[in-house]
Ligand binder design. Sequence first.
Ligand code: GLN
Ligand code: ZN
Length: 654
Amino acid sequence: DTNYHYIVPEFHADQAFSLLSHKIINEYKEAKNAGIDTKPVIIGPVTFLLLGKEKQADFHRIELIGNLLPVYHQLIKELDELNVQYIQFDEPCLGTELDARELAAFVAAYQELKKAFPHIRFILGNYFECYGQHLRTILELPFDIFHLDLVRCPAQLDDLIELYPAINWAQAKGPKFSLGVIDGRNIWKNNYEQSLIILQKAVACFGIDNVLIAASCSLLHVPCDLDSEHKLDPDIKKWLSFARQKISELGALSAIMSGAPNAGKLLTENQLAIQSRGGSEKIHKSAVKAAVAAITPAYASRLSAFAIRQKKQQQHLNLPLFPTTTIGSFPQTTDVRQLRAQLKKGTISEEAYTQAIQEATIQAIRLQEELDIDVLVHGEFERNDMVEYFGEQLEGYAFSAFGWVQSYGTRCVKPPILFGDIERKQPMTVAWSKFAQQQTTRRVKGMLTGPITMLQWSFVRDDQPRSHTALQLALAIRGEVMDLEAAGISIIQIDEPAIREGLPLRKENWAAYLKWAVGAFKISASGVRDETQIHTHMCYSEFNDIIEHIAAMDADVITIETSRSQMELLDAFVQFNYPSGIGPGVYDIHSPRVPSVEEIETLLDKALLVLPATNLWVNPDCGLKTRNWPETREALEHMVQAAKALRAKFEVPA
Ligand code: GLN
Ligand code: ZN
């Protein structure tokens, strides 16, 4: 449930494994040569399998555990030869529902590994969720240290304390517990007073020697060092803590717990910072709270049902069958990015910047007209990032200069900091959409980022439930949607690419999340007339299991990523009659390859087997900002040709 992405391992029934990389060994040695004995951290074998997927029917990936464990043996043996003291096995699959077979595989795997290496101390890492119903079984396993994410699951400590006397411990003196009290996923300063209550409770039960103080999860998800931030508002900066500061917090909590001479000072300083945040006027705005309190159920529903809206929109917009459109952005070339860098440095004026962006917008409109696309976009040239751009214009957001975190491979994102009540002071996109619309007689689609994506891709305040913050964001976006409509924009897209990644790890919690997430989207989208067409867009396929909730968002049109999975998504529509307009992406924008007209036609034919022709849209599967112009032009040419060919087949002869 993070914005961290990985390549999903794909398994076959006869999958073989071998130890390929010695990175972990080399890094252990390197640190040791520098005089530091580290604990190697390895993804556990069960999580490795469960977070992958089968590429073949009739087998379950957990059956591969027997093929996989010898590789773990080999790796641990090599580490053992270097005299490693501890190994941490990360098994966040424990935060999901494991069935009996998966849990049995887990138990057997660690019994076997520990038996082979009784002298190495095994640490079990689990985070982002509690152990849930697996807690007891897991505690009876021969781990020397169990880690608990007490930020996500504070109540789990009570479960553990309750179970403690009844467990048949595998370890002679009982295990130790690593208590994740410092939030490894968010950037707020730890509240020592609260952490100390937890730690003292644990010490009273397990003994001082058996409690370790930890971050809730890896610090991969937070930026490196707050000290590098020189432009942040000093009041806000006082409330924050990045990775380096979190490590100091660990030290401070340990010092306070052991009664170090500076304990009192550390605690007082922390209390002052926490208090200054709690009561800050920068965070709490009565007008925002009143607006949220005034939300009624009517805010989340359109005036009429889709069928009625569809008719009115058709009359109003007069679009052809299989309308063509794109997802929003056009190539962000070096030129465009340089303009923004120059503006930031002050080497070009605001006017020169605006003019250059206007020129790029006009060119994009001309190209789309030339390509004969039906619903145009302005191209998003004025945007650095789809969340930051809106965050910068909303009250309640702050920005770091160097707060990068890894999202995938060498890719990083710099999430904005949502610290306070969210307020939209003035229109954020209306001028650009209006400008683009003035250049053409075709419809230009307004382009917004939805409340859940704003939430999901920011560092969000932790002093109120996320569902409440989502309502504030929803109201801000709703205001923008209504302003766009008033400015004559009849088609408005509210992007929600992150809605799926917000799903809780345990399925039993999905319904509650989807209820408030879908609700927030609907509040953002439902302030308009029936004639105004609301689009939404989502990436990262695998929507099959939440398709009903996507339908419940009640957007008039959804564009969705499917091309990489060969329209696997469409399987969902065999059982489920998706009620409204839908554009299953017909080509993969993540690749420079230009799709042929024929392959797009084939995909559209496939889509038509499960979707009514009147609801089918034709579009790429995501924004085009990472592509270059020549391939974009060619791909879109092919896309429009394919749509026209299909239209010809459906046209009723006069
Ligand atoms: N409108 C955005 C774009 O076209 C959507 C990006 C996304 O889905 N991640 O770039
Ligand atoms: Zn996308």
